[in-house]
Design a protein around this ligand. Structure first.
Ligand SMILES: NC(=O)c1ccc[n+]([C@@H]2O[C@H](COP(=O)([O-])OP(=O)(O)OC[C@H]3O[C@@H](n4cnc5c(N)ncnc54)[C@H](O)[C@@H]3O)[C@@H](O)[C@H]2O)c1
Length: 260
């Protein structure tokens, strides 16, 4: 197959949670630019609609669904709606995520914060992966992409103490490996993206705080924060035939942080 053809997603359908902002918007744009129709899911419906509008501008179909990934029934309904509209789900990004609201070491860590982070960043991935896999198993085909973090691979406290985020992302990393094995013979590839510091609205606008940006820039060997759009190539590789023999991979896109 011609190598450029390997990246072609014409006729395919992608579901993206957290599509309204940040990396989710970039995933939606990348999928549509490569030819896929996109189901955009978020709790922020204003920005979710804006993402869908971008997909339509690119000549692809878009469906918007309000979906809180911490709610099992809403995730079930999301994939039901995608299946009803398009009859297939080729690609799914379990992307919706939140940051620790109050970074602090574990001995002072509030239970409510722990539960809130785990609910979105782990339970939400479980619901999303399970509903995506139901359809992918039926199709005997699929690309499931979990958005973890480099903080799923290493402790974060040299930058900030975020134990719940670390625990959740570490669990997503190993869940990805487990699912890669469970579905390896069924033509379903399960991989994770482990981003470093990308300029989004994660962590309540931390990326607008010069002190935060200076700290994470200093931590990053490439000496800069990534623009959110720099995730698009990573996403397209994992979503397309280009990664046909790749499963259980943690694709680290971090400007060199994990190489240290
Ligand atoms: N930006 C980074 O530097 C970075 C680094 C590593 C990992 N990540 C991961 O990337 C993913 C996307 O984050 P981002 O940086 O684009 O952040 P963001 O805040 O810009 O976007 C996250 C999106 O998820 C949505 N969301 C939040 N809770 C939700 C819920 N319960 N149900 C459905 N949608 C929900 C938000 O409304 C928002 O649209 C997250 O999983 C995050 O942990 C980001």
């Amino acid at each position: 197959m011609n190598v450029m053809k390997m990246f072609d997603l014409a006729g395919q359908v992608a579901v993206i949670t957290g599509a309204g902002n940040g990396l989710g918007y970039q995933f939606a744009e990348a999928m549509a630019e490569a030819g896929a129709d996109v189901v955009c899911a978020d709790i922020d419906m204003q920005n979710n609609e804006a993402t869908a509008e971008r997909v339509r501008e690119l000549g692809r179909k878009a469906l918007t669904i309000r979906c809180d990934v911490t709610r099992e029934a809403e995730v079930f309904a999301l994939f039901q709606a995608a299946d009803k509209e398009f009859g297939r789900v080729d690609i799914a990004f379990a992307n919706a995520g939140i940051a620790d609201q109050t970074p602090q070491p574990l001995h002072d860590y509030p239970t409510d914060n722990w539960n809130a982070v785990l609910a979105v960043n782990l339970q939400g991935v479980f619901y999303t992966d399970r509903e995506a896999l139901k359809i992918m198993v039926r199709q005997r085909r699929g690309k499931l992409i979990n958005v973890a973090s480099m903080w799923g691979l290493a402790g974060a406290s040299s930058v900030a103490p975020i134990p719940a985020y670390n625990a959740a992302k570490g669990a997503v990393v190993n869940l990805t490996r487990e699912l890669a094995l469970e579905y390896a013979t069924q033509n379903i590839q399960v991989n994770a993206i482990c981003p470093g510091f990308f300029r989004t609205r994660l962590a309540n606008g931390s990326y607008d705080d010069p002190e935060f940006v200076a700290a994470v820039t200093a931590f990053t060997p490439m000496d800069r924060v990534a623009d959110a759009s720099e995730i698009k190539g990573t996403a397209l590789y994992l979503a397309s035939h280009a990664s046909s023999f790749t499963t259980g991979l943690m694709l680290v896109t971090d400007g060199g942080c994990m190489a240290k």
